[in-house]
Design a binder for this molecule. Sequence first.
Ligand SMILES: Nc1ncnc2c1ncn2[C@@H]1O[C@H](COP(=O)(O)OP(=O)(O)O)[C@@H](O)[C@H]1O
Ligand SMILES: [Mg+2]
Length: 236
Amino acid sequence: MDAGNDIILRAENVTRDFYRKSEVIHAVRGVSVEIKRGTFNILCGRSGSGKTTLINMLAAIDTPTSGDIFFEDVNVALLNERKRDELRRKNIGIIFQNTALLAQMSALENVEFSLSVSGKKVKNKKDLCIEWLEKLGIRERRNHMPAEMSGGEQARVAISRALVHSPKLILADEPTSELDSKTSFRVVDLFRELVDKEGLTIVMTTHDVNIMDVADTIYTMEDGVIVSERKGNKAI
Ligand SMILES: Nc1ncnc2c1ncn2[C@@H]1O[C@H](COP(=O)(O)OP(=O)(O)O)[C@@H](O)[C@H]1O
Ligand SMILES: [Mg+2]
């Protein structure tokens, strides 16, 4: 691996303003951050500090007002819509609160659908999907429709769906907010294992102080800027 390849994702002086009537909200104000390949990163901070706005831009779902985002040295803003979609489908697993499961599909079908749109070649697709549901502890719910599952169960299907196509990078906005503390630990332990064993890169937001130390690096946001960066303990 060459030296430049070490950084999978980079934000350079990124800002995002929202305009509401005559008011301007500076949700993110000049964030520069480099995410190393094969690391577990947590973005924490109070509600309203800009975490969701920043992670949306890192996921190429939203565009910065100024500044640049690079995925593997490709400036994401310069990609057309189709290329950006392809980047997300193949390389990035997204776990966002507002990306709901497809209501007319069962848990298993939601995961299978994600795997098929990724274009990843797998021998036995169904077995792989069931394996991921099993890892998240919801195998027995596989034939349930989203409306027949609790918020926490739906969240775990959404996590299975994001991981099934083995993306290089996982971006997750408060993935544990609907989960009880035992299940939250299970999810972050799984994330830790994927980083250590498969070399995955994870960036997730949370305000749960109990799970933060499992990360390699914890960034704290305040009022649209990253105010501190510290190392985690890895084990919790
Ligand atoms: N679409 C939007 N329109 C206007 N203001 C927004 C929008 N999204 C977020 N904001 C504002 O930007 C700031 C940061 O929000 P957000 O990124 O959601 O914070 P967090 O995820 O840390 O709670 C907040 O003041 C919020 O009200
Ligand atoms: Mg948020």
